[in-house]
Structure formats: structure tokens, C-alpha cells
Design a protein around this ligand. Structure first.
Ligand code: FAD
Ligand code: DHB
Length: 394
């Protein structure tokens, strides 16, 4: 078997890249280790930047998003028992974000791809990528109980943080810069209408909390918890009480409660691997970088990588030049490090570290006050949150 571009992983990065290549008439194959249902149900991100929405539109994958996605023009910051709104359009020259879950993006892209191609194989775990610096890198994978080989001109690892592509590159070729954070997020999904129109990021003495949503009927909520927290050790009542305590304001403000339909604890990590390419192998999305979720950059960064890579493959097809492919890593890393900084800033400004002193808390509150008092400080947050233009200099 052979193809022009072999893509490892059918998360948002792999699926969006395949769709772009298909639209440009570039042959590719996507190999995914899990089954379709698993990939479509995995509960993850919920906020799409305008650039991500435009990238989905450009490949004809935004029909349902246009109908069901909820545009948001700001967020609320809650601290010292008060609420402050950050308005995106007025601070960014008209940009906004969309609430549309990653599960739905993945479903839409999978449905399109199974209908129109290119080939997408589920239950096809990749064992190894070999010969990254040869002209014909190979993907070794298993499908229907047999080991197979896919010979490629180029390979793109879209296989997430635990993927195999990065590990197949020669030791010493890459460097990973990494940092873990001393807390996790406890995420729940509840059959309850959100008690708020926009997301609420709350700083409190008890730690961080985030109120998000999946639809007008489903709330998505997160609590900062210690690393190693067992979600089953928390009763539903304790979860709701803790959320209400962290979102408490001077008024009488309460969440709408309802059945909790999913619970999970997610560790938080910052990580960047450089360069994002070696020989004829590229890394995109979580395979190359991870951000802590505060600020909702993970999925959007994955989409931005793929937009850059798709343009580079297009350029190769049209001009025969690998210039843009050669520049891929440098082009992406500028945006990646900006998002790393922003995610780190949001995380460290809003969370309470285990040994946090009162001095540290005062610094956080001063920074939050500054955002609500200064147009410039608010615009800095809004520009990063709503997303810098894709492919731009950022
Ligand atoms: P992934 O979505 O991880 O996709 C990688 C794919 O590769 C997977 O389908 C995997 O099964 C497949 N794969 C792995 N190894 C192999 C192999 N050997 N062979 C074949 N296939 C393979 N971001 C936010 O902005 N907000 C959030 O609330 C949020 N929550 C998150 C919760 C969790 C638990 C995680 C892990 C991430 C979360 N993120 C969140 C980040 C966001 O979901 C990711 O940044 C996004 O999924 C990146 O897309 P991707 O396509 O690069 O990687
Ligand atoms: C969601 C996740 C985030 O990390 C965030 O900053 C905002 C929203 C969400 O899952 O809805």
C-alpha cells in the first residue's frame, strides 16, 4: 500500500488535515487506533476560535456548526465576589468565539470523510513510523488482525501526546520543553441548563472554577482539585456545593443543578517539542504540544498547525517547492509559544497553588483588577482568547 501523505491519528488535527488535502486533490490515508464510537464520544474541548471556525468552513465542515454552535462575544471573570465582563468584539476589532464541542467537530469531520474520502481506518493502531529521513517513510500498523505497511512520501503524526510518531524520530533530533502544574481539573457534564449566558472563569479562596456549556440544556463545569483526586470520592451534592461556593458573588447567585452525566479528572501539563518536523515527518496538534486547558487553546492550536501544513502541501503541489514545508515548524512555533504563554498566564492567575502565600494571592488579584480597569490589559486577554489570525505573524 502507498499514499502521498500518511496521517497517524483521527483527532481534530488528523481529520481536518485529511479534509484539506482531499479538497486540494492530494492523496492521503488516516490511521486511527480506536474505534469510531470512542473517537466521537471522547469528552474534551468546547470553545472554537474564529480562525478554527473559518478553517472548518473552508473545507465544508461547518454546516451543523453554523446551526447549532453558540457564538460568544465575551467571558466573565469572577473574583473577590464580583463579576466583570471582557467584551471580545470591542477589544479585538470584531472577533468572537463559538461554543461547539470537540465531539461534534469530530463527528462532522468523520461523517464527511467516510462519505467522500480519503480513506480513514479505525481500529488501526500504528506501531511505528520508520525511515523519517528517507524519501519513503513507512508506517507500520495493524488492521483486521494483520500487520501492514503503508509507504508514504510524507508522514504527519496527529497522534496526540501519547502517540508513537514523535517517539520514532531519532533521539537527539528533538527537544521537549515541559512543565507540570500542581493541580488538576475535575470536569463534569450535567443535564442542567447553564445559569449564565457566557463562560465564567472564577478565582476564589477555595481555588479555581469554570462554568462552560455544551448546549442550552447541558452545562460543562470544572473545579480545580489536587493532583490524584478520585472523581468517585465526590458525591454529586458535594460537587454542586463546591461549585456554588467558588462562584459565589455578593448577590444570591446559584447554578442550576441537574443529573451529572460524566465526571473525569484531568492532569494539567505544558509541553512543547521542537522542531515540529524531522526529515519527511511532521508533528501536529497535541503530538507536538500540550497546554493546560485554562483559556481553551488545545484544539485551536491543533487546527492552526494543520492549516499551516495544508497550505504547505498545496504550495508543494502547485509550485513543486518545499519552502513552506521547510518553514512549517518555525511558522507554527511562534503561535504555539504565544498560546503556551497565554495558557500559563490564565492558569497561574486563576488557580490557587498548594503552598500559595497571601502575597501571591494579592498579586493575582492585582492582575485581575488591572484587566477590568485597563482597556489595554483587557485587550491583551481578549486578543489571545479570541485567537490571533491564523497563519499571521502573531
Ligand atoms: P487528539 O485529539 O489527542 O487525537 C489524537 C488521535 O490519535 C486520537 O484519536 C488517538 O486515539 C490517536 N492515536 C494515538 N496513538 C495512535 C497510534 N499509535 N496509532 C493510531 N492512532 C493513534 N482543550 C481545551 O481547549 N479544553 C478542554 O476542556 C480540554 N479538555 C481536554 C481533556 C482531555 C482529557 C485531554 C486529553 C485534552 C483536552 N483538551 C482540552 C485538549 C484538546 O482536546 C486537544 O488539544 C485536542 O484534542 C488536540 O487534537 P489532536 O488531534 O492533536 O489530538
Ligand atoms: C472549556 C474548556 C476550557 O479549557 C475553557 O477554557 C473553556 C471551556 C470547555 O470544555 O467548555
Amino acid at each position: 500500500e502507498r499514499t502521498r501523505v500518511g496521517i497517524v491519528g483521527a483527532g481534530p488535527a488528523g481529520l481536518l488535515l485529511a479534509r484539506h488535502l482531499h479538497m486540494s486533490g492530494i492523496d492521503c490515508v488516516v490511521l486511527e487506533s480506536r474505534d469510531r464510537e470512542y473517537v466521537e464520544r471522547r469528552q474534551r474541548a468546547g470553545i472554537l476560535e474564529q480562525g478554527t471556525v473559518e478553517a472548518l468552513r473552508a473545507v465544508g465542515a461547518a454546516d451543523r456548526l453554523e446551526r447549532e454552535g453558540i457564538p460568544h462575544e465575551g467571558i466573565e471573570l469572577r473574583f473577590s465576589r464580583r463579576s466583570h465582563r471582557v467584551d471580545f468584539p470591542s477589544l479585538t476589532g470584531g472577533r468572537r468565539v463559538w461554543v461547539y464541542a470537540q465531539t461534534e467537530v469530530v463527528k462532522d469531520l468523520v461523517a464527511l470523510q467516510l462519505r467522500e474520502g480519503p480513506p480513514l481506518l479505525f481500529d488501526a493502531p500504528v506501531l511505528a513510523v520508520e525511515g523519517p529521513d528517507t524519501k519513503r517513510p513507512l508506517i507500520r500498523y495493524v488492521h483486521a488482525g494483520r500487520e501492514r505497511t503503508l509507504t508514504c512520501d510524507w508522514v504527519v503524526g496527529c497522534d496526540g501526546y501519547h502517540g508513537v510518531t514523535r517517539r520514532g524520530l531519532p533521539p537527539g533530533a528533538l527537544r521537549t520543553y515541559e512543565r507540570t502544574h500542581p493541580y488538576s481539573w475535575f470536569g463534569i457534564l450535567a443535564d442542567a441548563p447553564p445559569a449564565y449566558d457566557e463562560l465564567i472563569y472564577a478565582h476564589s479562596d477555595r481555588g479555581f472554577a469554570l462554568a462552560s456549556m455544551r448546549s442550552p440544556h447541558v452545562s460543562r463545569l470544572y473545579l480545580q482539585v489536587p493532583n490524584g483526586t478520585d472523581p468517585d470520592a465526590w458525591s454529586d451534592a458535594r460537587i454542586w456545593d463546591e461549585l456554588d461556593a467558588r462562584f459565589a458573588t455578593e448577590g444570591d447567585w446559584r447554578l442550576h443543578r441537574g443529573p451529572i452525566i460524566a465526571k473525569a479528572v484531568l492532569p494539567m501539563r505544558s509541553s512543547v517539542t521542537e522542531p515540529m518536523a524531522w526529515g519527511r515527518v511532521f508533528l501536529a496538534g497535541d503530538a507536538a504540544h500540550i497546554v493546560p486547558p485554562t483559556g481553551a487553546k488545545g484544539l485551536n492550536l491543533a487546527a492552526a498547525d494543520v492549516v499551516v501544513l495544508a497550505r504547505a502541501f498545496d504550495h508543494l503541489k502547485v509550485t513543486g517547492s518545499t519552502d513552506l514545508l521547510d518553514a512549517y515548524s518555525d511558522t507554527c512555533l511562534r503561535r504555539v509559544w504565544r498560546a503556551e504563554h497565554f495558557s500559563f498566564f490564565m492558569t497561574s492567575t486563576l488557580h490557587k497553588a498548594p503552598e500559595q502565600s497571601e502575597f501571591d494571592t494579592r498579586l493575582q488579584l492585582s492582575q485581575l483588577e488591572r484587566i477590568t480597569a485597563s482597556w489595554h490589559a483587557a485587550a491583551e486577554l481578549a486578543e489571545n482568547y479570541a485567537g490571533l489570525p491564523m497563519g499571521g505573524k502573531g
